[in-house]
Structures are given as C-alpha cells and as structure tokens.
Ligand binder design. Sequence first.
Ligand SMILES: Nc1ncnc2c1ncn2[C@@H]1O[C@H](COP(=O)(O)OP(=O)(O)OP(=O)(O)O)[C@@H](O)[C@H]1O
Ligand SMILES: [Mn+2]
Length: 530
Amino acid sequence: MRRDRFLLAATLTAIFSADLYFVLLPKLRGVRRTQGLSCSCGSGNLSLPALEGLATPQLSNWTRGPPPPGLAAGGRKLEKLFAHPLYDIRTPALGPEERLLQTEQLLDYYRRKVSRWERHMKLYSEAAAVANVTVTKHKMIYDRDASWLKFHVGINRYALYSRDDPAVVRLLGDMQSMAVVSADYTQDEKALKGACDCTQVVKPSGHHLKLALKMHNFAKVMFKPMRQQRDEETPDDVFYFVDFQRHNAEIAASHLDRILDFRRVPPVAGRRVNVTGEVLQVAHNEDLRAVFFTSPANNTCFFAKCLYVCKTEYAVCGSPDLLEGSLSAYLPGLSIAPRLSIPNPWARSYTFTGREEWEVNPFYCDTIKQMYPYNSGNRLLNIIDMSIFDFLIGNMDRHHYEIFTKFGDEGFILHLDNARGFGKHSRDEMSILAPLSQCCLIKRSTLLRLQLLAQPEFQLSDVMRESLGGDPLWPVLTEPHLLALDRRLQKVLRAVQRCVRRLGEDEVITQDFVKPAVRAQTATEGAASR
Ligand SMILES: Nc1ncnc2c1ncn2[C@@H]1O[C@H](COP(=O)(O)OP(=O)(O)OP(=O)(O)O)[C@@H](O)[C@H]1O
Ligand SMILES: [Mn+2]
C-alpha cells in the first residue's frame, strides 16, 4: 500500500515538473520578454491602422441547421446582417507579421502536446494499475486539420478569427460533441493551490468553479458550470464582485461579440457535461478528485477548493450527472503566444466602500488621454468599444484586459471572462459607459454597426435570439435579457448623440476605415440623432 502511494506521488511529481518546465517557465520568460518590449516602445512608433479590427466577409452564421421552433417565421435576420456591406470591410492581406502563429510552429507545439500526453498517461496508468484504480482510456488523435488548430492559425492582428473562417463553426460543433479525455484545474487555479484570502473580496479567483477540459483531438476548453438559473436576477444587495459567474453569459457574450463584428472573444459553446464520466472519471489530479461527492439526492457534485473558507461558495451538482456549462475555446498557450494583462483604467474598486478616480472626477479621461498607451494609436477607442460591449451585457467586472504581446500596441484587445454579464435585465448600469460618455469618442465602424442593429430590419435582440438558437443550450438568454439589449443599445446611441451635440461629429466620431465597400452610411445615416 505504501509503495502504491509512493508511485502515485512520483507520478504526480513528474506531472508537476513537466508543467513547471513546459508551462510555467516559458510563461515567466514571456513575462520578462514582455517587460523588455514595453520599455522599448515609445509612443512615436505607433500608427493607427487604416482598417483596424475589420476583416474579410462571410455570409454563413453560427446557427447550424434549421432555426429552433418559434424562430423560423421571423428568422434569417442574422444572415441578412452579415451580408450587409458594413460587414464587408476588408483587411489588407495578412503577412506573417500580422498572424499570431505560423502553421509549422503550431504543428510543432501540437506534436509536443501529444508526446507529453503519452508520457503522462503511461506513468499515470502504471501508477493507477498498482493502486488498483481504473483509468478510462480514450483513443487520442493527432489531426492536422483539427478545428482548434485552424482557429489558432487564424488569429491575427485584427481579430481572433475572420468572418469567413469555417474553422470557427467547426470548432463550436466539436466543443459541443467531442469526447472529453481529461479534466483539470486551470493554470490560474493551480497557481493558487486552493488558497483563499477572504479579506480580498475578488482575488484570488480560485473560488470560482472553472475547469480545463481536453478533447480527444487535444482541443482544450475552459468549462464554467451553471451556477444560477437563467430566470434568476442577481439580487440588488449583491456586489458585482461576489456575483456568480454565469455560463449563459459567457455563451451569449461570444455571440454578441461576433454580431458587433469585434471578434475579440474566443468562441464559446454550451454543453450538458456529464460531471461523472466527463469530469470526475477523467480527472487525473488528486486535488480535483477530492472535491467530488455524491449528494443525498444521489447527484454527482463538486465544490470549489475553498468552500469552507469562503462562505459564499457552494457546490454544483449534476442531475444526476448532467450539468449545463459553457465551453470557451482556449487561446494558444502562453509559451508560444504570450499575452499581457493590463489593468482597465476604468476598473472599479473591489472593496465595499471604495471609489475610483473615474467615478469622482468628470475630467478623468483628459488625464488618461495624456497617458501611454492611451495617448496615441487606437487603444483608447478599443477601451471604449469594450465599455459599450460591457454596458450591453451589464458586466461591471472588467478589471483587466489582455493583449497578445506579439502585436504590441497595434493589436486588438481581448475580451476574456464575460461570465458576470447578464445578471440583471431590469437595470442598465450607466456607469459602465463612462469611457464613452467621459471621453466622447467612438470608432465610426462601431457606431455604424450599432445604428444598423437598432433598426427594426435587424434589431439586436432578434439577431441575438437567432444566433443563440444554434447553441445546444438554447434559449441561452431569457426574453427580458434579450429585450434589455435593445433598450441599452438606444442608450449607447443617445450617449453618442449627446457628445456629438456638444462637440461636433468630427471630434467624436473617429474615421477608422478608409472607405466602406459601398456608401453604407446611407442606410443608417441619422439613426443616432433619432
Ligand atoms: N479562452 C481562454 N483561453 C486561454 N486563457 C483564458 C481563456 N479564458 C480565460 N483565460 C485565462 O484565464 C484567466 C481566468 O479566467 P476568467 O477570468 O474567465 O476566470 P475567473 O475565475 O473569473 O478569474 P478572475 O477572478 O481572475 O477574473 C484569464 O484571466 C485568462 O488569462
Ligand atoms: Mn473573472
């Protein structure tokens, strides 16, 4: 028995060392590289790309197959939206410097993943055999055409994917259906090792229940289980930073991101996950296995590591095994595609009483405009885009944003972690729009799309309903949440209108593309002033 334990411990040590060598060390090196990079970047070498954030057209949508019942009659607005000339603004041809990764580099990375998996599984199976533990064996495949690989190859300076990339549709399908072969804590949870400091109300993030799942073709996803029923509204007395993470918000946010044509959120699919077969039985991490239990109702449940320290955390349970969740496609590992996490200048105070400067100083934006990297290029405009996105979904938890270091200040910004959106449909939190209302700036491309989505012909709630109809967890959002999107969209347009009235169109609306494919403005002209 002692020998068994020793073997198991040795296996775990080996796995940890491999993680240290392959994941943590490269990450640290990446951070060091990044620090060097940011020091050498003067503001002088920045330029506003003529076509920033806009890419090639595509007509297909994410809805696979016929629309769900009830949609057929009014459907197909989404298709029409994506066929609109405003969704046909092209980016220049992508050279190697505009792509995050080259195919050969990715295939190399994939091969390393495969051999690492084989080594792990060999050691783990040996240890498990000795300890008399049954290991579920899955047939793994090395597939050069895997949709996750194509998604990674497609990431470029302008967006996470292009509109016409069929790999994204395939990836959503794969995430919904592929066999899960392993489940583990995510890297940030591992770094915390279950430590919970309740004097810090938001950090560490370890008390959220999220896991990394691996599929049989080595696709990796971040799984956030359902914590709250769709029709429950966050009670008024709950602070945004102790609010639940909502799996349906992650799914809906990725659809909205695509509808706004930002493409700054990784694709997210809903799925009913079998917490016994697809999580517990494929968890090779003893810490993770230890948080599983069977409830009195005979359901399989698991809880966050600090359940008994942080009183707000409760277990989630399958019924008896199936549990809804969101699966977000992983970005390429930090060892090959380092990212930088940057504090949001409009972040909130994560204490019960604190106020940040932007909340009390109406001239806050003037200070930000003087500061690097917001004093040139399009970073500030991208922050304003992000605030519009967050206002629409009602997300008050945007403490940081991330960028790929490869693209430096000229790249787009990632909108990761949207799980605290869609908490309250009956309230519009105007303070989320502070970057827009304080700076009075907006990209022309963003404004034109917002105006288009306000028209009855498209109607944001209709295209969202249609888009979400393609997800297995349809209807991802309840009707009041969908309708809140239309109401909030009007408020964004009114905020722009107030700025234009005060400062004039030339000051407020930034021309961010040279020339639309046709005179797209005609369809939308004047919508902001209505
Ligand atoms: N799709 C993804 N691919 C790769 N990494 C991701 C992805 N989504 C999130 N991450 C990374 O994992 C970190 C934690 O994810 P997320 O913010 O969604 O969880 P969280 O539990 O809310 O954490 P926190 O409290 O730190 O915000 C993110 O800051 C990001 O760096
Ligand atoms: Mn978060």
